[in-house]
Write a protein that binds this ligand. Structure first.
Ligand SMILES: [Zn+2]
Length: 364
């Protein structure tokens, strides 16, 4: 799974993709910028259009640039003029990956009628961008099954090689009226299996444990800004573990590392810890932020490598419990392992799962 590091135009430090930076992470292969931010910063928008995103960011040839359409920023489908401006940006700035303009994100709290409206607007946008490389977007919501059917029914959308999935985060974070965990997992498996031939991108995954869920679901790429958001709040991530608060920046509180965890941090080999150690992680200001952010992204990339290795060697089931100590996600991961094993059996015997349109693939 490709980990796509979400960036912020307001502060491009630490330049983790840049071989000339002290914070360079060679295993990082993709970054994401948001059109919503460019929209708020017209001078940057002009510069990125003039130079192209690759040169604007100074990206090496082996790092891809993903564009987020800023749907969170626009909230509505956006007017015709805004869609035109987005298209022009895509054409000039040349991201490697870019979604349709604009999907309308449903929240779990919305009534069925309002979720239906989001669905209609998003599908209209998907149909308006059947050409070129625009990636269709669907949302985890009570309408998900409808999305899958609508995409499959449309030959041009069905033929597209990529699809993006949004709306996972509020459902996993247990927003009021969020779908049950079982339903979210069933939905995700359903999407993965329905679009077996497509590259599936998941928008906005959080920390290390959600990377496990995405990898088990055989998601192809996922973006996260958690490495920066956590760093700004004085939080670092530990391999396989949740967040730990290590710098007291005033407003925020959180779980502090145990004695063993401090020891783990002391031995961290990320570029920030290797150069500045724990003192660097705890520092205030931009220096502390850069150290924590680099550390967090390094941990996320390492987690993905650990997962890829164990899934490839089929040793994941024997090892994940020792790796993960986050109780909420541990229960979910156990469920997912059972569900994928069940699918594997079904795939082997070629029986459909509870009458659903799940294509047996045998890939699980
Ligand atoms: Zn570190």
């Amino acid at each position: 799974m490709l980990i796509v590091a979400g960036l912020s135009l307001k502060n491009l430090q630490p330049r983790v993709w840049d071989p000339n930076s002290a914070y360079f992470l060679p295993s990082l292969k993709a970054v994401m910028v948001s059109y919503g931010e460019f929209h708020q910063m017209p001078a940057q928008m002009i510069r990125a259009k003039d130079l192209g995103l690759r040169e604007y960011l100074g990206l090496p040839a082996n790092v891809s640039v993903y564009l987020d359409n800023g749907a969170f920023y626009f909230l509505r489908a956006g007017g015709q003029a805004e869609r035109k401006a987005y298209q022009e940006f895509v054409e000039k700035a040349k991201p490697d990956w870019y979604p349709i303009a604009f999907d309308v994100i449903p929240t779990p709290q919305m009534s069925d009628v309002r979720q239906r409206r989001c669905f209609d607007s998003t599908m209209a946008a998907n149909r308006a961008y059947m050409h070129d490389g625009y990636v269709p977007v669907i949302h985890i919501s009570r309408m998900l099954d409808g999305y899958v059917r609508a995409i499959m029914r449309n030959p041009k959308l069905a033929a597209k090689g990529r699809i993006a999935l949004g709306g996972i985060v509020p459902n996993l974070l247990r927003a009021p009226k969020a779908l049950s965990y079982d339903t979210v997992l069933e939905n995700l498996l359903h999407v993965r299996d329905s679009f077996r031939k497509k590259e599936v991108h998941v928008f906005g995954i959080g920390g290390t444990s959600t990377v496990h869920l995405a990898a088990l679901l055989e998601i192809d790429s996922a973006d996260s800004s958690g490495w920066r958001n956590r760093a700004a709040r004085g939080i670092v991530q530990l391999p396989g573990s949740g967040d730990r608060m290590i710098a007291n920046l005033g407003k925020w509180r959180g779980r502090v590392p145990s004695k063993d965890e401090w020891e783990k941090l002391r031995h961290c080999r990320c570029p920030a810890c290797a150069a500045k150690g724990i003192r660097g992680l705890r520092a205030s200001g931009i220096a502390g932020f850069c150290n924590r952010a680099t550390h967090n992204l390094w941990v996320l990339l390492k987690e993905e490598q650990w997962l890829a290795k164990h899934l490839r060697q089929e040793t994941y089931a024997a090892n994940y419990k020792r790796r993960l100590d986050n109780s909420t996600y541990l229960a979910l991961i156990q469920k997912l392992i059972l569900m994928t094993a069940k699918q594997k059996e079904i795939g082997a015997t070629n029986q459909p799962l509870s009458g659903k349109s799940v294509k047996p693939s045998g890939a699980y």
